[in-house]
Write a protein that binds this ligand. Structure first.
Ligand SMILES: [Mn+2]
Length: 207
């Protein structure tokens, strides 16, 4: 049994297909996503089709979180994520069912991280999908994390793929022309798929 955890996909279907092929899932393997499956990239719908076909489990990313909040897109003030372009209505219920974190026996998956000055489960949904630094500092949130469960997260393309003592960032910034990354826990193997092109300017990455 192997466990693959995939970083931020953002609709990069070709790269996702290549990553899955390289992993080569067999019966009993588990695949997880750190969220931000949708938006900004070329084909969110096909990514969702493929992931659901493979029974992938994902946590909520900020893009899924705000997609649900903005739906059905009457209120422009809710978000500047441009969800109107997305054709993923068939996946609305599945997205709505996503948890904000997954805790297993020895690891945690969350989209962005958490504020360690507050108990993990008391963090707000907004914090779990958007935190990068400790409050009032420029220090990464995980500088304050001393837990024993390894946390796999994404959301931080500018930090890039990062292996800490008890945390791993899997956001390789594929949609910004970087890599789509997946990590196979049992093999300690990082699979990096280069982006076919730059789909979105990272300097616009404010959220
Ligand atoms: Mn994100």
């Amino acid at each position: 049994m192997k466990t693959l955890i995939i970083g931020d996909i953002h609709g990069c279907y070709t790269e996702l297909q290549t990553l899955i092929d390289k992993f080569g899932p067999v019966d009993g393997d588990r695949i997880f996503c750190v969220g931000d499956i949708i938006n900004r990239g070329p084909d969110s719908s096909k990514c969702l089709d493929l992931l659901r076909k493979l029974n992938v489990r994902s946590v909520m990313g900020n893009h899924e979180h705000w997609y649900l909040k903005a739906h059905p897109f009457k209120d422009h003030s809710v978000t500047s994520y441009n969800f109107r372009k997305l054709e993923i209505e068939d996946h609305y219920d599945w997205i709505k069912s996503l948890p904000y974190y997954i805790i297993s026996d020895n690891f945690i998956i969350v989209h962005a991280g958490f504020d360690p000055s507050v108990a993990f489960k008391d963090n707000s949904k907004e914090s779990l999908v958007s935190v990068r630094t400790l409050p009032h500092t420029n220090l990464p949130w995980f500088d304050g994390y001393y837990g024993t469960k390894h946390i796999y997260f994404g959301h931080w393309a500018k930090l890039g793929v990062f292996f800490g003592k008890n945390v791993t960032n899997l956001d390789g910034g594929c949609v910004y022309g970087g890599h789509l990354c997946g990590y196979v826990i049992e093999d300690n193997r990082l699979i990096k798929i280069p982006a076919k092109r730059t789909y979105h300017n990272i300097h616009e990455e404010i959220i």
